[in-house]
Design a protein around this ligand. Structure first.
Ligand code: ARG
Length: 564
């Protein structure tokens, strides 16, 4: 069952006027000044010319063709206007019934059954800081993962590890010179990063040459070099996995760049076969000038592969392994060119599935107190941002409600939720400035505000224990109630829209909108003390709101505390 939220569109589709498109009719539908007449009105004056009839006659004719259907309650004609009344009680009834029946799966569907979506996201670099710049890809990808799953798709979350490159030769060299096993074991990724920073600052010519040799050793399968590398990798993964767990994201594959380093031959052969490979200054390239792009570098003059080469191999592998319906790359817009090149090369190779590859680009995150910078040591680790939000959340909760039980647990949900919501609230392509105060505000358009609304709904329900509110007649709806009903009914469409646009912000904004409407209802209308008829319906409306908000926040990876 699909509940209708887009009434204008719905109504327009029921109206036929020769020579006028549905879109034009939709655009002409207006809100009448007086809802006694109807909820929507279509002025018929503009059709008089095409229909060669008076507006009054047209309105009457149309009124006769638009029949009540559970969404539309009544159509009538008045002074050249077609007035439409919506069946609000019908909408309230079907929506609340559906939410009560489906519960945690309200908004889900099976449209994606049998289709696989690959999502390449977070894709960390081994032994490098996991910093605030990785926030967006991690939570955007994590949300898209849940959204697609909710719509019935089989989803494969891929962490395309940055685990290949000359920097690992440098790291091993630095470790050999200055490292200490115990210290690294204890300091984990931070200690490894320190070694890397030190190498970049202090390495001599000799050490640079040594580093190149170490890289060669990793490549040629040298036991010791590989052991050290694997150790750094496991330290990095242990570290990021803890953060993933807090953010509620997961991966089905950690096949990174190294995994593809021996899977590039089929791509190279095919490029050669199809005459796409050109030699330029000793390097192998695919010329993309015709498409207004610089060439895609495939092999360096020393025969080494590149980021793009490994991505091409990865694309082949994913298509062969998962036969994806779509393959998403949640990567910053700085890599726009890279993905345009990869997709174009696949297209030139004649892969019709190149059209199913999508670069889900997003903007930069910086902190209020200055840009996040990875050079010159001013790295803002994502873990520290999360930790600080959780601490601040704890302080606020402790201040507002010192007697609350499980304050630590709640602070974790609120703090982590505030980070996620802060990163997902804006259209993904926008650059954002992360502000601790803003994301933790109870009043703003925040995750905290939505969580607090849920807790508020929950406290109403706690007080309603013992009342059997499962049976109710839908009363003549107050505007505040109707707004909540409409918002609830809109949730399934919001989920579909978010998936189609790769835009979890649609769900974040939806959650704020529903929260605002519920709060207006909560403050303007009595719930538990309303007279009998209205009371049960209002409690049911409260319960439906809590459920739907919980579902919406859940899709973003945000948990909802029962109390706050
Ligand atoms: N590790 C890369 C980076 O930090 C992102 C990898 C994205 N995925 C891909 N298939 N290229 O820039």
């Amino acid at each position: 069952m699909n509940v209708i939220m887009d009434y204008k569109k719905y109504i327009a589709e029921k109206i036929n006027v020769d020579g006028v498109t549905t879109a034009e009719i939709e655009a002409a539908i207006a809100l009448p000044p007086n809802t006694e007449m109807g909820d929507y009105a279509l002025p018929c004056f503009r059709f008089a010319k095409v229909m060669r009839k008076s507006p009054m006659a047209i309105a009457q004719e149309l009124a006769a063709t638009v029949k009540p259907d559970g969404v539309i309650a009544e159509a009538s004609a008045l002074n050249g206007y077609l007035n439409i009344k919506i069946d609000k009680a019908g909408l309230a009834k079907s929506t609340l019934e559906e939410i009560a029946q489906t519960g945690a799966s309200y908004g889900s569907s099976e449209t994606g059954n049998g289709k696989t979506v690959c999502i390449d996201y977070s894709s960390v670099n081994i032994a490098k800081p996991f910093h605030i710049g990785h926030l967006s890809t991690t939570v955007l990808g994590g949300a898209l993962y849940k959204i697609y799953n909710f719509l019935g798709y089989n989803v494969v979350g891929i962490n395309h590890l940055g685990d290949y490159g000359t920097q690992f030769g440098k790291l091993i060299c630095a470790y050999k010179h200055w490292g200490d096993k115990e210290e690294v074991e204890k300091g984990g990724i931070h200690a490894v990063n320190d070694l890397y920073v030190r190498f970049n600052n202090e390495a001599t010519e000799e050490m640079q040459a040594e580093a190149r040799e170490y890289f060669r050793l990793i490549e040629s399968g040298d036991k010791e070099a590989n052991e050290i590398f694997e150790w750094f990798k496991s330290l990095t993964l242990a570290y990021v996995n803890k953060i993933y767990e807090r953010l509620g994201v997961k991966f089905d594959s950690y096949n990174g760049e190294r995994f593809y380093s021996d899977k590039m031959q089929p791509v190279l052969d095919e490029l050669e076969e199809k005459g796409l490979l050109k030699t330029s200054e000793g390097a192998k390239i695919v010329d993309l000038e015709e498409f207004g792009m610089p060439p895609c570098l495939i092999l360096r003059s020393d025969g080494a592969s590149l980021y793009a080469t490994r991505d091409l191999a990865a694309a082949y592998y994913r298509k062969n392994t998962y036969d994806f319906y779509k393959c998403l790359y949640v990567v910053a817009y700085q890599q726009n060119l890279h993905f345009s090149q990869i997709f174009k090369v696949l297209e030139l190779l004649g892969k019709d599935w190149a059209k199913d590859m999508v670069h889900v680009a997003y903007g930069m995150v910086s902190l209020e107190d200055g840009a996040m910078s990875t050079r010159n040591g001013r790295v803002v680790w994502l873990e520290d941002v999360i930790e600080r939000c959780v601490e601040k959340a704890y302080a606020v909760i402790n201040d507002k409600n010192p007697a609350l039980e499980n304050k630590r647990e709640i602070a974790e949900k609120v703090g982590v939720g505030s980070v996620i919501f802060g990163a997902l609230y804006n259209n993904k392509i926008k650059d954002i400035t992360f502000s601790y105060d803003k994301v933790l505000s109870f009043e703003g358009e925040t995750g905290v505000y939505c969580q607090y609304t849920c807790a508020r709904a929950n406290s109403v329900l706690q007080k309603a224990v013992g009342i059997d509110y499962s049976k109710y007649e839908i009363p003549a709806l107050q505007p505040q109630e109707y707004e909540v009903v409409k918002a609830l009914a809109a949730f399934p469409d919001a989920v579909v829209d978010a998936a189609e646009k790769y835009e979890p912000s649609i769900i974040a904004r939806y959650a704020v909108d529903l929260s605002q409407k519920f709060n207006k209802f909560y403050f303007d209308c009595k719930i538990l003390t309303a007279e009998d008829g209205a009371r049960n319906f209002r409690i049911a409306l409260t319960e439906a709101t809590k459920q739907t908000l919980t579902n919406a926040l859940g899709l973003l990876g945000i948990g909802v505390p029962e109390k706050m």
